[in-house]
Design a protein around this ligand. Sequence first.
Ligand SMILES: [Zn+2]
Length: 319
Amino acid sequence: MDRRRFLGSTVFGASALAFGSVWSQATPGVGAPTPVAVGHRRLKVGAMEVIALNDGVFRRLLGEEFVTNAPLEQVKALLASQGMPTDYIDIPVTPFLVVSGNRRILMDAGFADNGPPTTGRLRANMEAAGFKPEDITDVVISHYHGDHINGLRAKDGTFIYPRAKVHVPAPEHAFWMDDARMNAAPPAMRGAFQAVRRTIGALPADQLVRFEPGATLAPGIVSSAAFGHTPGMCVFQVSSEGQNFHYVADVTNIPALFARSPDWAAVFDMDANMARATRRRIFDALVKDRALAGGYHFPFPALGTMEVAGNGYQFKPLA
Ligand SMILES: [Zn+2]
């Protein structure tokens, strides 16, 4: 990849706005999102089990900045055409747990008690599905945005998964742990770098495992590069007995916007052009294989397939 792209203004332009406020508190004036009543959804993938775990949902006022390359009226029109509200965006947060033999592999970590009040339900929903944080043997991190990593460590400093190896993409780690880059970032972006240091950076050395994109993380669990949303984001394929599950992390933010109109860029996409190319490449492959996918910001239970729709894609939730 061309790392210089991420040193330019694209990285910190729109994203700095996105990270300044989104995870701090509920947005005033737009109410609170309705919690999803169902906390988990189990699915067999060959001899493995994949469990979608609901961490909650956060609401963000829909302004001009959310889609960086389309007029707000067009964004609202696409939402309205799907019967969705147009004043705000509700963004669900769904980590996945893969149960494989004696491994309990959590994919991304939610917020714990560090996020908006309508999030942080992962632990309770995991326990309702039969697993305690101490049972987790591995946490696999797709990328270092706060909604994916903050849940590794509670506000009081406690590490939530004391026995887990935490697997992180090496290029993502190199980007965010670079102090010179943090110091050069706009003030609104600095919190994102500090969150990485509070969670990943503070992990005991024997818990942190850096992997190169393409690496096999556990039997039947293979990573691959999905750069663009962040410099080193990875996605994961889970395979057992001829069945597959694709965890696509933030290849799209909410599919109602960025699957339907995949060339639009969410304010969180750090390199919009690379993110768009990655989105189309991965969604084309999902369509071709009629593959089962899980997305971190898909509507809960965040499991389903992708179909071609017009110039984009339509997410079809699992029945
Ligand atoms: Zn995210």
